[in-house]
Design a protein around this ligand. Structure first.
Ligand SMILES: Cc1ncc(COP(=O)(O)O)c(C=O)c1O
Length: 455
């Protein structure tokens, strides 16, 4: 394996940062003038972009973004999956324009016919028969967690260390350096210590899952079917089957969040790998960029909720804590119908997955040829490299491989050469507009980044 000299990385980061500053006066101006914004950005996480200030973009179409300085980028970040259908996909734009223009009405508190179409399509793709809509995956998780506690009568969640399911209070728990559950570093002022609401296990560790479930107080295992928010950490053979089996044995619901792993195929990993969740959550991509999310329930879970609410001990139609005023609005549903019906089709997934395969192979070849000790993992239409080899088996292992300096270098290097990677780590996502030429351009750029590191 080839070692990487830290002082060389530092010098390269400086070189790339200077170039970024010189090339982006317009983005810098937008940032400096944003005195009315908390943190000078519309959302605080936008400060995660490298270079000291984020790009300010002017236009985005398909997999291309143009910034205010006139540079064009091949976009592999795709809004961290919110734009997996490409930016402003034509069918989604047409449906949205029809809804707000010709038809009229964005939010009325009334159903439209699109809702049942989308529900039926989600059933066709993911199998669960009863759906409810939200404006984000966070909300879908939050509300579905309440329903899980309601039907099981149990108070806790089980999550995996270094998972991410949006800003759901109960999920910010990790296994600390002493092997004990702890509030995740950086967790902002939790109302209660999340170790009191949540049990935690390492990914791919069924014995730990069973140990936690044996306490008898877990309403649901909330899991992505592969970790995607601490790099991609795939399940080992038998792990997901094991979760299903343990959940059933201990009277716990299996809640699968496919917000990111939807990249695995038209029906996510649930359809691809024959998973059998009791509760299902999705968001981001399904609205083609218009805020959208959904949770699905099995017939049995839906019936149990209805029985309890009919008895009057919980309220899901007013202020019981499940729902939001604009959730299920006509605009989101029109966008979901068009995006699922016409954009994120089986054919689009085949194209995207094939390109992610080429991307992965190319990066792996460069790593093998140069001996750089990193690994790359593909999950359908997304792929991600991590600064360690072999690929991590758990969230804890993957977190330990984080390297902020290398991250900054790779992000700046690619950004300066017209490629956007997701700002949080090194995820690359394909959309229907991504082309083989875009993959070749990334391979060329990645090769140069690694060559410069080793020079
Ligand atoms: C697996 C998963 N679930 C839920 C969410 C939350 O999505 P949102 O921020 O759109 O609410 C995310 C966000 O990254 C996610 O990765």
């Amino acid at each position: 394996m080839t070692g990487i000299d830290r002082s060389r990385v530092e010098a390269l980061v400086k070189r790339e940062r200077d170039r970024y500053h010189a090339d982006h006066p317009g983005s810098r101006r937008v940032h400096e003038q944003a005195g009315h914004l908390f943190g000078r950005v519309p959302m605080t996480w936008m400060s995660k972009w490298v270079g000291g200030f984020p790009l300010a973009y002017a236009t985005a179409h398909g997999n291309r973004v143009t910034d205010v300085d006139g540079h064009e980028y091949v976009d592999f970040a795709l809004g961290d999956t919110g734009a997996m259908a490409g930016h402003s996909p034509r069918a989604t734009v047409a449906a949205v324009q029809r809804r707000i223009g010709v038809d009229g009405g964005i939010t009325t508190m009334l159903p439209t016919e699109d809702a049942e179409w989308v529900g039926a399509e989600l059933t066709r793709r993911f199998g669960l028969p009863r759906w409810s809509f939200t404006l984000s995956a966070t909300d879908a998780n939050r509300w579905a967690v309440r329903l899980a506690r309601l039907v099981t009568g149990k108070p806790k969640l089980l999550v995996f260390s270094y998972c991410y399911h949006g800003s759901v209070d109960e999920t910010f728990v990790v296994i600390g350096p002493d092997g004990l559950p702890a509030s995740r570093p950086g967790n902002v002022a939790p109302a209660v210590d999340p170790t009191t609401t949540t049990r935690v296990a390492e990914w791919n560790d069924l014995a730990a899952v069973e140990r936690e479930l044996a306490h008898g107080d877990v309403a649901a295992i909330l899991a992505e079917p592969a970790l995607t928010n601490i790099g991609i950490v795939l399940p080992e053979p038998g792990f997901l089957d094991g979760l299903r089996e343990l959940a059933t044995r201990y009277g716990t619901l299996l809640m699968i969040d496919e917000t990111h792993t939807f990249s695995a195929g038209p029906g996510g990993m649930t359809a691809r790998d024959g998973l059998r969740p009791d509760v299902f959550v999705i968001g981001k991509a399904i609205g083609g960029g218009i805020p959208s999310g959904a949770y699905g329930l099995t017939e049995e879970v839906a019936d149990r909720v209805h029985r309890i609410t009919a008895a009057g001990s919980a309220d899901i139609v007013d202020v019981g804590g499940v729902g939001g005023t604009l959730a299920g609005n006509a605009l989101s549903l029109a966008a979901m119908r068009a995006t699922l019906g016409e954009v994120l089709t089986d054919g689009a997934f085949a194209h995207m997955i094939s390109l992610a395969g080429a991307y992965t192979e190319d990066v792996r070849r460069v790593l093998d040829e140069t001996g750089v000790p990193w690994s790359i993992t593909q999950l359908g239409a997304r792929a991600e490299y991590r600064f360690t080899r072999p690929a991590p088996r758990s969230g804890g292992e993957s977190a330990a491989a984080a390297d902020d300096l290398l991250d900054e270098y790779m992000h700046l290097f690619t950004l300066n050469r017209g490629i956007l990677m997701t700002p949080f780590h090194n995820m690359a996502l394909m959309c229907p507009d991504t082309s083989p030429a875009d993959i070749s351009y990334h391979t060329e750029t990645f090769t140069q980044a690694v060559t410069d590191l080793l020079a």
